[in-house]
Design a protein. Structure first.
Length: 156
C-alpha cells in the first residue's frame, strides 16, 4: 500500500472510532469524478460503507462536480461501489454483522500506478469516556514534553 499523494482524509474518524483493521479498496468512479478528485475536491466527512446484495458501497462521500464537466457531471453524493477481493468482502460482511463494527473510509489516495484507492477501517465507536481519556493523555504528554525541553518552563 504505497501512497503517492493523499487526496482526502477523514480526520474525525480516528477521533470517533477505534480502528482495528485497515483495507485498501478500489472505487468504481465516473470520469468526471476522477478529474474532480484529482483536483482535490472530495470529502470523506460523515461517509461510511454499507453492504447491499453482497457488494460493498460507500455512501455520503462527497465529490464536488468537475469544474469543466458541463452537463456530463455526476451527482455529488451518489453511492459508489467499492472493489475488494471476494474473500475480503465475505470476511468484512461477517465482521460488520457483529454488533458494534462499522466500515469507515479513512483516506482517499493515489497509489504508485496512479489509481485512486480508498483506505477503509474496520472500526468500533468510541464512548465519550474513551474520548475524554484520550484528550487527557494527549495533554499530559504535551505537558511532559514541554517540561523536558531544554529551558522548558512550567505553568504556576
Amino acid at each position: 500500500m504505497t501512497r503517492i499523494r493523499t487526496l482526502a482524509e477523514n480526520r474525525k474518524a480516528r477521533h470517533d472510532y477505534h480502528i482495528e483493521e485497515k483495507y485498501e479498496a478500489g472505487l468504481s468512479l465516473l470520469g468526471s469524478e476522477v478529474k474532480s478528485i484529482r483536483e482535490g475536491k472530495a470529502s470523506l466527512r460523515d461517509s461510511f460503507a454499507r453492504f447491499k446484495g453482497g457488494e460493498l458501497f460507500v455512501e455520503n462521500m462527497h465529490i464536488a462536480p468537475y469544474s469543466h464537466g458541463g452537463h456530463f457531471n455526476h451527482p455529488p453524493l451518489r453511492e459508489r461501489k467499492l472493489l475488494l477481493h471476494r474473500q475480503e468482502l465475505r470476511r468484512l460482511e461477517g465482521k460488520v454483522s457483529e454488533r458494534g463494527y462499522t466500515l469507515i473510509p479513512l483516506s482517499l489516495y493515489l497509489n504508485e500506478k496512479g489509481k485512486i484507492k480508498l483506505e477503509l477501517g474496520l472500526a468500533r465507536g468510541k464512548l465519550k469516556a474513551d474520548r475524554r481519556r484520550e484528550i487527557m493523555e494527549r495533554e499530559a504528554r504535551r505537558e511532559l514534553e514541554r517540561m523536558m525541553k531544554p529551558g522548558g518552563k512550567t505553568r504556576r
